[in-house]
Design a binder for this molecule. Structure first.
Ligand code: UD1
Ligand code: CA
Length: 461
């Protein structure tokens, strides 16, 4: 049977106090709505419709790459109205639609699969995903008959005194039989404390019509919704723990998981050891047997195996096998560092290729350059890639030795097997195999200081 999914993401999220639409706030590096989309896809549902409204353009742009459908909800008249806005997507379809909210990012693919199985095998017309919690504040309550069957959902703001005591909450996630859902939506009213068309009222309508409605409780860790910044940080904490545990199960050592921040799509090979205070972002891939000493931020990069990094920032770049980086290195976007290379302390690399075995050990800037293999950059080398108007390229061939405190004024080409004397300012290409010296010759004035001092002493007399 074909399954479909709806994600309600048109609300404003007033309680976030933000210019960013609520569903675009990130947990562990990914927008909540994208987290929901990706999890739904992993559970096997491919046909997904997202209801957008507030900040529609932004939400559309952020979700574009995922190939979902969209419905537009002009005015936010409630979750039931949001589903009505999807009727074009649902019309003519048969079977089950699973409904999610864009602000509940912790649902797992396993629970989605179980919910659909529970719903379909139980022959239900609607199934609610629920949780039993200690504090149900803000959530709709699941009201059951004495027999235990679901009767209806009552929103927190509409609860009577005894209903407020109910600890089983509505997660805002459901499965519906499409035809039954569409039929019930037409019967919704907005006669409630918020003057909204509640999707939750569909449950009571179906029960009254004698249709079978089920409820499947799962842990609150998967159903908690995000309405405020406080809840955003709580959701982040739950997801972070889940991510870190997954990596540890896969053979990664995290010295202190609570202070290791790994985004949801990061991949890490086994026997890599990660010290506290590392932030690993985006779709970074880290190989096996790496040592990530404390304090680095690695974003959308590929780190091959057996790499050592400490206290550095690496952005959208690639670091080759067995290379060491840092402490205090800054590798900026579009850099490719070779294998067994060294990028040492206070070195900045920008949009450059550094060959295998090349060592740039200290206090050096390399920008817009192509550096060959097995080169050695002395301390304090600067690639002068910007003349105030244009950025130009520098090329250094294999096996070159760049003496300390050299300036390479680009555009310039230093061919292979060359030797640049310390303190040189290189403005012209250097042919292969040669030594370049580009600095003033040393002058010695013997006895100059003594003569000067003796004049001074005479004056003081
Ligand atoms: C909703 C449920 C509540 C449940 C809780 C779980 C209703 C009436 N209440 O309450 O029972 O316990 O979720 O987290 O459904 N949205 C729209 N259009 C609208 C209104 C909302 O698209 O007109 C979207 C929002 O963007 C959001 C989701 O629906 O992603 C839920 O809306 P929200 O206002 O957060 O509902 P809750 O008050 O949390
Ligand atoms: Ca909510």
């Amino acid at each position: 049977m074909l399954n479909y999914a709806l994600i309600l993401a048109a609300g404003e999220g007033k309680r976030m106090k933000s210019e960013t639409p609520k569903v675009l706030h990130k947990v562990c590096g990914k927008e909540m709505v994208n987290q929901v989309i990706d999890t739904i896809r992993k559970s096997g549902i491919m046909d997904i419709n997202v209801v957008i409204g507030r900040g529609a353009e932004k939400v559309k742009k952020a979700t574009e790459s995922r190939g979902v459908h969209y419905s537009f909800q002009d005015k936010q008249l409630g979750t039931g109205h949001a589903v009505m806005c999807s009727s074009e997507f649902l019309e003519g379809k048969k079977g089950t639609v699973a409904v999610f909210t864009g602000d509940a990012p912790l649902i797992s693919q396993e629970s989605i699969s179980k919910l659909i199985e529970f719903h379909n095998e139980g022959g239900c017309k609607a199934t609610i995903l629920t949780s039993v919690v200690d504090c149900a504040d803000g959530y709709g309550r699941i009201i059951r008959k004495e027999s235990g069957e679901v009767c209806r959902i009552v929103e927190h703001k509409d609860c009577s005194g005894s209903e407020l005591l109910v600890r089983e909450i509505n997660s805002g996630m459901y499965c519906f039989d499409i035809e039954n859902l569409l039929e019930s939506l037409g019967k919704l009213s907005n006669d409630n404390s918020q003057g909204e068309y509640y999707l939750t009222d569909v449950i009571g309508i179906l029960v009254e019509e004698g249709k079978k409605v089920g409820a499947m409780p799962i842990p609150f860790e998967e159903t908690m919704g995000v309405n405020s910044r406080l809840q955003l940080s709580q959701a982040e904490k739950v997801l972070r723990k889940r991510i870190n545990e997954k990596h540890m199960v896969n053979g990664v050592t995290l010295i202190d998981p609570e202070s290791t921040y790994i985004d949801v799509d990061v991949e890490i090979g086994s026997d890599t050891i990660i010290y506290p205070g590392n932030i690993i972002e985006g779709n970074t891939v880290i190989g096996g047997k790496c040592m990530l000493y404390p304090g680095s931020r690695i974003s959308s990069s590929v780190i091959e195996s057996e790499v050592t990094i400490q206290n550095s920032v690496i952005l959208s770049s690639r670091i080759g096998e067995k290379t060491t980086v840092g402490p205090y290195a800054y590798v900026r976007p579009d850099s490719v560092i070779g294998k067994s290379a060294r990028i040492g302390d206070f070195v900045e690399i920008k949009k450059s290729v550094i060959g295998d075995g090349t060592k740039v050990s200290h206090l050096t800037y390399i920008g817009d350059a192509e550096i060959g293999k097995n080169c050695n950059f002395g301390c304090g080398t600067v690639v002068v890639n910007y003349d105030g108007t244009n950025k130009t390229k520098t090329i250094v061939g294999d096996n070159s030795f760049i003496g300390c405190n050299t300036n390479l004024i680009s555009p310039v080409k230093v061919n292979e097997d060359t030797y640049i004397a310390a303190g040189s300012t290189i403005t012209e290409d250097v042919p292969a195999g040669s030594l370049a010296i580009a600095r003033a010759r040393q002058v010695i004035k013997e006895g100059w200081v003594y003569r000067k001092n003796s004049k001074k002493i005479n004056k003081e007399d």
